[in-house]
Write a new protein. Sequence first.
Length: 603
Amino acid sequence: MNATPATPYSADSAAPRFAWLPAAGSWKYYALLAATGILVLGPLGGIAASYMNFSLGFFVGGQVLAGILGSAVTFGYGAHGRHGANYIQTTAASVAGMSAMAVVIQAMSWMGLPQPPAWQLVLYMLSIGMFGVGVGMLYTPILVDRLRLTFPSGLAVANILRALTDPVLLRRSVARLFGGMAAGLVSGIGAGKVAVLGAIDLSASTFGAGMIVGARIGVAAIVGGLVSWAMIPYFVSIGWLQPGDPFRKITFLIALGMIMGAAIIDITLILYRAWQRARDTQAAPEAPQPDWQRTNFRRLVLWVVFWGIAIVVVGSQVLHEPVGYLVMAVALVFVFAMVNGISVGMVDSNPISSAFVVTVILMAAVGLRDPNVGLMAATVLLVSTSEACDMQQDRSTGWRIGTNRTIQFRFQVAGIVMGAILAVVLARLFMDAYPILLKDQTVLPADQQPARWASAMTYKFVGVLRSLTQDRPYERTAIWVGVAIGFATEVLRKVIKSRAAWQRFATSGKVGFSADFLLDAVILPSPYASSFGGFVNLLTSAWFAAGGVVSSFVNSLPKAAKSEPALPSDMSTTSLVGGGLIAGDAIAALALGIAGLLATVLG
């Protein structure tokens, strides 16, 4: 979605509505925002995220809920309060995302590995988180400013912040936004409590993300899923899958490779165009960036270098891990922060566990056989890609509402500090309170598997770490097959769609439009979109595609003339409803997570 960002508001241009509120831009104002994000909303989201990862194996980052509650805190600042609410949700999301990484310590317990002292783990996680946000910020000009990826959850948060802090926008968008939130809340609770809805994998957030990105991407995702499903017999015949295995057990590797292959093309083109601009002395100078968008590139590079070195130093000198594998992990972050960032920007999916698994596979290819080394090195990818993509998603929200990037970066950094501490603290608290979390489910018989604590993410990590003693070359082959598919597909798409004859045909009428749609969604779908079908089960892809089809159908209907000024281009009916569905489903997941935790504690 190539929307134009809203005109930014100056934090100091208006007095708060209530006399007791600190002046916008003052140290008391920033202290209020930081305290809300670090001490209240962040830990709330962190507890819920940790519980969800221990009990289910996935987590909700907390941006949406923090955006809603943050808007309540900054409501007194009027439309200017959207920036303060954005700072709050940025901090809270960092705390929650880092807290969810407590599963790394659970993996150590399952494998019987020695656990370092708490301060060493905190220092290591802190270094990784700081490095991750730096790399995420480094890629922001590419993914957010140049490619202008949609980042569905980032758009949802932006719409919530704009609506809840601006009475005019709230009045005009309340029915669509809150209607979507109500539907998402009801369906989210229903999917968790009603067996039939759970059986069909009902997901309001997935449907909502599809509504935001549209049919071309949504249909491409289900095409990828159907192809993956159809390939199961072949994968079984060549030994890549065992009978009864889900297709995504191998297709997630192909899907990651597809994104890498397509990214090679796009990154090369971006670098080539930058080189052309630099050497063309006759070209008109580019328009200067607005103040809110500027970052000090030199300082950012120094930040990334410093924390990258810190990971290696802490990992080798404090945790006594081999330098070579730590350096390899740090280098791989630059690849996966881009790959996963594109995935988040396109389809709202961050395959962090896939980055972990692929890292272990690649390290096994160069001789790694020690599970402890594999765990600590792959943790660099797990945490960094999580925080880097959070950074990019938060920047997409900031880009839409004009929030100062430098200040937002500082709030994210503050959240990393608290999150690194909570990741270790919550791991110890949960595992001390519930000893069942210490039992290795990969070796437990079926009748002893805990019903309440599935720990699917930990299960995946331990499974791949245990395979280090059994090299599987076909997994690396699957990645390279994906790279080749993604590269070839993106080249063909670029060649065909850049031809003037095709562009004229595509805009000539219904036949041309239909042909262009089929090319985009079915024949040569974008690898970024079709790869989504390789990461998730078929029903999830179907919900995503259904949302896209509904959105494109609604947007194709004739629009009634309105006398009121138009809403921002990215606050269409479908984006508001879709964002509301994401918000409602996220709130339902957090509510169910907290309710389940309380039931466990009290029961």
